[in-house]
Design a protein around this ligand. Sequence first.
Ligand SMILES: [Zn+2]
Ligand SMILES: [Zn+2]
Ligand SMILES: [Zn+2]
Ligand SMILES: [Zn+2]
Ligand SMILES: [Zn+2]
Ligand SMILES: [Zn+2]
Length: 436
Amino acid sequence: MTMIDIEEEQIGGVNTSECPLSASSTTVESEESMNGDIPSALEAEELQLALNKEATEEELLKAITRCKNLVLETKNCSVERKWLVRHLIELRLRLEECREAAADPEHPRNKSSGVSKRTIKGHHLILQPLLRSTTSRYCDHCTSTIWCLVQAWYECQDCTYSCHYKCMSFILRECAHVVTSERGAFEMEICPEVGLSAQRYKCAECKVNLELKKGYNEPKRCDYNGLYYCSGCHWNSLAIIPARVVHNWDFTPRAVCQASLQQLKVASNRPIINLEGLNPKLFNFVHELNLFRRLRNDLYGMRKYLLVCRIANEDHILWKGVDIPHLLETTNLYSLQDLMDVHSGEIFIKMQTWIDAFTKHIKVDCEICKGRGHICEICSNDQALYPFESNSFTCDECKAVFHKTCFNRKNQCPKCIRLKVRDDLMKEEEYCDDEL
Ligand SMILES: [Zn+2]
Ligand SMILES: [Zn+2]
Ligand SMILES: [Zn+2]
Ligand SMILES: [Zn+2]
Ligand SMILES: [Zn+2]
Ligand SMILES: [Zn+2]
């Protein structure tokens, strides 16, 4: 039995050319079950040496031979053997990297001349440190595993696109951050499909020919943009689709291509959904959305007080603990994440904390804000009333504030009546003056 046979037989799915699509569940299990302690055989100094420092080709070759022998000494299917085979793969990949680096002066292994940062297709790619990673990572370009411990790899700091160093020059996908910023809004049509023939039976991203029969290259539709992709560009990842949320309050995750997945992730916290403009009826059907809008208006009203209060500004009351600033800055724009949090109910806990803190400042702690309260002219109760309180009513014309019940009883604004009487009197006087 050759070494390659041992690797393929023993390690199951953990191979170097693994695509996330073909990754079977056994692969995931075998990787996870290997998170325990490293077996003692692996502690052998020369093996560790080869991975932990800048080993030379010669040292790596020696470590590989030693590791091969250790594999043969271990029991079939044992955890130890799995670790050793994995280590052997890592050593081989490192040897490959070592040879590549010798031939390529820009290779990141060459400390003095290697590239640690690069801008490609709008991505700001940063060289990642070599670390043992517990989660599987796949190259966004070639879809194979990134062996974080031995292979040089880069990640975009804006959209988390990750790829091998060797794949960097072939990147096709535009940075999701750039795409989203240029577009400025989500696709609001539900799965706007143009059809395979309009795409000339080619993958919308890499342009590879798609085959109509079942198999690796069967076309996969992205539920977000309605386009068809190959398996390399569409990994069956699931995402919540903004258009489905806005039109149907539907949060069921759907399969999207990797480009859409990254765009949706990048944009999920941006307040770019004008919900009332897009679907005003939704507020009639979704009770929690209605409640959310009411609380948000209350917060917005309180913000007006806090913005002009010197003490509130000094204490940073307005921004202390508020991690979603756009909820206070506007009343009509929502992020996708806001809507998800409304749906899960999570956002109400946050909002109530802010409302409590703001109310305490305005109505209890601060003399300045207390002095800016209103007195209801209809009942003349001397308790201060604030326009953001749910029991208050603000006159559209003169901005006077009354108790809602008082105003409903009277159904007229006394201040507006007073102002009108005064105006009429003044006009009459002017008229009399003219007559004289
Ligand atoms: Zn790659
Ligand atoms: Zn990017
Ligand atoms: Zn493709
Ligand atoms: Zn104040
Ligand atoms: Zn009143
Ligand atoms: Zn009025």
